[in-house]
Design a protein around this ligand. Structure first.
Ligand SMILES: Nc1ncnc2c1ncn2[C@@H]1O[C@H](COP(=O)(O)OP(=O)(O)O)[C@@H](O)[C@H]1O
Ligand SMILES: [Mg+2]
Length: 262
């Protein structure tokens, strides 16, 4: 595998990734790497494949062709004897334990309380003792400012609170990769800042590798080291946020940004 700019093994590597839905090819042979601890923002028009990329890493979609490696290990497929071979599902599940994802629409378990949402996977996937999982969950709820909500059901919380629970739930698994798919797009404007502040804190205090799909350009600028602009499932251009946001090379990036910033 090619080394990253810093010379180490990439946290994420896409090699010739193809994704088709029926006869619609969304990704046509996508290649990119993300370094450990790097935070990359994905921008681009609706339908350009951003969510698909995150869902492939989360293994919520199956890969049509090519390979995704995580920390140098194959995620779902590997090359063996010149052939492309799917890994057994048990190995795939083990590979995704340390990958967390937060969705636009929160996706909390509605029938569980907040604390139950947080301890479910640590207990059942990681085999954590319940007392330890609860203690950890309480620490995370404090971090996202929701200590007083641990026994509420999600439906009793605002969208912003639900999203902060969803972030805490992802962190409860000690992810080394965090995928954020438009996590503030469904929120009322006055609730956005609290959620972004939680994410800014995570960016500042941890070395979690983050792939971020967002239209919050100031946030993207503050937390990410690189922006990738997608169009039609390919990287149209990429670079430091200061360059991409103020001086994009491509006309299509310019148009996209002025539409988003309006
Ligand atoms: N489950 C699916 N079945 C069929 N087509 C899909 C599915 N998911 C996504 N697509 C299509 O793939 C393309 C990329 O979608 P998506 O990754 O959601 O883009 P983005 O997140 O950039 O808006 C779109 O044309 C979308 O309609
Ligand atoms: Mg999307």
């Amino acid at each position: 595998m090619p080394p990253t700019e810093s010379g180490g093994t990439p946290a994420i590597e896409f090699r010739d990734v193809v994704k088709r839905f029926g006869d619609h090819t969304v990704l046509k042979g996508l290649n990119f790497t993300v370094s450990p601890g790097e935070r990359v923002t994905l921008i681009g028009p609706s339908g350009s494949g951003k969510t698909t990329i995150l869902r492939l890493i989360m293994t919520l979609e199956s890969l049509t062709g090519g390979y995704i490696d995580v920390h140098g290990e194959p995620l779902t497929h590997e090359q063996r004897g010149g052939k492309r071979v799917a890994l057994p599902s048990k190995r795939v599940r083990a590979n995704t334990k340390r990958i967390g994802m937060v969705f636009q629409h929160f996706n909390l378990f509605p029938n569980m309380t907040v604390i139950e949402n947080l301890v479910e996977a640590p207990i059942h996937v990681l085999g954590m003792a319940k007392a330890d999982a609860v203690e950890k969950a309480r620490g995370l709820l404090q971090k996202v400012g929701l200590s007083d909500k641990e026994n509420e059901h999600p439906s009793r919380l605002s969208g912003g609170q639900q999203q902060r629970v969803a972030i805490a739930r992802a962190l409860a698994m000690d992810p080394d990769i965090l995928l954020l798919d438009e996590v503030t797009s469904a929120l009322d404007p006055e609730l956005v800042d609290d959620v972004l502040q939680v994410l800014r804190d995570i960016a500042e205090e941890t070395d979690i590798t983050m792939l971020i799909v967002t239209h919050e350009m100031q946030f993207a600028r503050d937390v990410s080291q690189r922006v990738m602009m997608f169009d039609g499932g390919v990287i149209l251009e990429e670079g430091h946020p200061d360059d991409i946001f103020t001086n994009p090379r491509e006309e299509r990036t310019r148009k996209f940004l002025s539409a988003v910033l309006d």
